[in-house]
Design a binder for this molecule. Structure first.
Ligand SMILES: Cc1cc2nc3c(=O)[nH]c(=O)nc-3n(C[C@H](O)[C@H](O)[C@H](O)COP(=O)(O)OP(=O)(O)OC[C@H]3O[C@@H](n4cnc5c(N)ncnc54)[C@H](O)[C@@H]3O)c2cc1C
Length: 431
């Protein structure tokens, strides 16, 4: 099956929806692809708050009015040739042709290994929230929320509203960093209001800064967690540990297309253009900055892709403001050095291939570790252990090879043969 679009957007979160709406409003054939059953991305798929639900509904309405073709349950895994992407949906393989492409593939949680992190019921904070949204009963369960980043507060609020007991939220950032960040929030009305709301929602929940999990314990599932708090350790009983260390951008598809990646993010110019002239990028692959930045970048990308540069330029001041916020966010929640020492020699780092820390530290880079241990070669293709080893061992991530997601054998067979010398040139350019 094949379809073609003037503007094709990959990723149906806020950035992708905004890009598709702004592109399609000028009357060009626009499509949006997302691998989930419904659009909305991490925050709007089943919106966690009333405000979010209303904002999401408004954008969905605009999407329908603008007659955007929506392809949900569709995952892009390779590029057959420039201008032609390959995707899987149910049992079909799709060919998606485009004149202009907007990548809005979002971000995922960063996980760091520590003893016991592979026990059942130790989950990503956003992951547990997603499971509760999908129906996992959480009422009456004790959930420790730990790691770093504002997502922890959003998740704790959500779980509490659904009946969970939150004995503690452990945030690895220091009080001084959090206080500085809090002060900057006061300069923005919207963010200050959100912060006040979170404070009300979490009233009575113990919040500990300078605190992080060092071990999870249990027989068949997690039963308690040892946390380090201000230099002292203590064990706290729980039914779940919801744990994530901020977010990492999903840059794999951009890298596969040969867009330049700088400092871990997709490099874009003022007009959200990547280093490929007809490929744009918006939202979390360009920087981790929250909903407003994703929306604004998405709008700019959609407007520029439909040749409305002047309208896009009017959004530059807003983007500047949210980018400043993103920089503060990332400074505040940058990881402390102590976290590099959490894993013990037998702690599994690559869960897909069961590779412990002791086997990885024998190597001097990601590629050597992959070749000798199969780290990063399982179903997640390094999405979990890649960012962890980047932090633990300061390894640079390797190049990306197709397919960017696991696919059926029939789809593999239909993939174009890779020109090895082209791919090697690309790898050298991005090293
Ligand atoms: C797990 C998680 C939970 C979060 N929960 C909250 C929350 O409760 N509150 C909050 O304020 N913020 C939350 N955030 C942060 C929020 O996602 C961002 O602030 C922002 O909304 C990101 O928007 P985006 O459009 O850039 O990306 P996203 O919303 O992540 O959207 C990207 C979409 O692209 C899809 N995609 C990626 N690659 C492909 C591909 N190859 N083919 C097809 N589709 C693809 C993804 O599945 C996803 O649906 C969460 C983030 C994460 C990672």
């Amino acid at each position: 099956m094949s379809q073609s679009f003037d503007i094709l957007v990959i990723g149906g979160g806020p950035a992708g929806i905004a890009a598709a709406v702004r592109g399609a409003e000028s009357g060009v054939a626009t499509g949006i692809v997302d691998d989930n059953a419904t659009l909305g991305g991490q925050i709007w798929r089943r919106a966690p708050t009333e405000n979010a639900a209303q904002q999401a509904a408004e954008w969905h309405e605009r999407l329908q009015k603008a007659k955007v073709s929506v392809l949900c349950g569709t995952r892009v895994f390779d590029q057959a040739e420039p201008g032609l992407l390959l995707a899987e949906r149910d049992n079909d393989m799709l060919q998606l042709a485009y004149r202009k492409l907007v990548l809005a593939t979002g971000a995922r949680e960063r996980f760091l290994p520590f003893p016991g992190w592979t026990l059942p019921n130790v989950m990503g904070a956003g992951g547990l929230q997603a499971m509760v949204k999908a129906g996992l009963p959480i009422r009456g369960k004790r959930v420790i929320v730990a790691g770093t980043g504002p997502l922890l507060l959003a998740v704790a609020t959500y779980l509490r509203k659904h009946g969970a007991e939150i004995p503690i939220i452990c945030e690895q950032a220091s009080w001084s960093r959090l206080a500085r960040f809090g002060l900057t929030l006061l300069t923005d009305r919207q963010k200050a209001a959100q912060a006040r709301q979170l404070k009300r929602d979490l009233a009575g929940v113990h919040f500990a800064a300078n605190a992080w999990p060092v071990a999870a314990h249990g027989q068949n599932a997690v039963e308690s967690v040892t946390i380090m708090r201000n230099g002292n350790s203590e064990e706290i009983a729980c039914d779940y540990l919801a744990c994530g260390f901020h977010l990492v951008p999903n840059t794999e598809l951009a890298a596969l297309l040969s867009c330049q990646i700088r400092g871990g993010f997709v490099h874009v110019d003022d007009l959200q253009r990547t280093t490929l002239s007809n490929v744009f990028c918006a939202g979390e692959p360009t920087s981790i900055g929250g909903l407003e930045l994703s929306l604004t970048e998405g709008e700019i990308a959609g407007l520029v892709a439909s040749n409305r540069v002047q309208e896009a330029q009017r959004l530059f001041p807003a983007r500047k403001k949210w980018r400043r916020f993103a920089r503060r966010l990332n400074r505040t929640f940058s990881l402390r050095d102590e976290l590099r020492g959490l894993a013990s020699p037998d702690t599994i780092v690559c869960r897909c291939e069961d590779v412990p820390h002791s086997r990885l530290r024998e190597h001097n880079g990601w590629r050597a570790a992959k070749l000798h241990t199969r780290c990063g070669m399982g179903p997640c293709q390094g999405r979990i252990c890649g960012p962890a080893t980047e932090f633990l061992f300061r390894w640079n991530p390797d190049s990306v090879r197709p397919p960017v997601f696991p696919v059926r054998v029939s789809s593999l067979a239909a993939m174009p043969r890779t020109n090895e010398s082209e791919r090697t040139n690309f790898e050298e350019a991005n090293r």
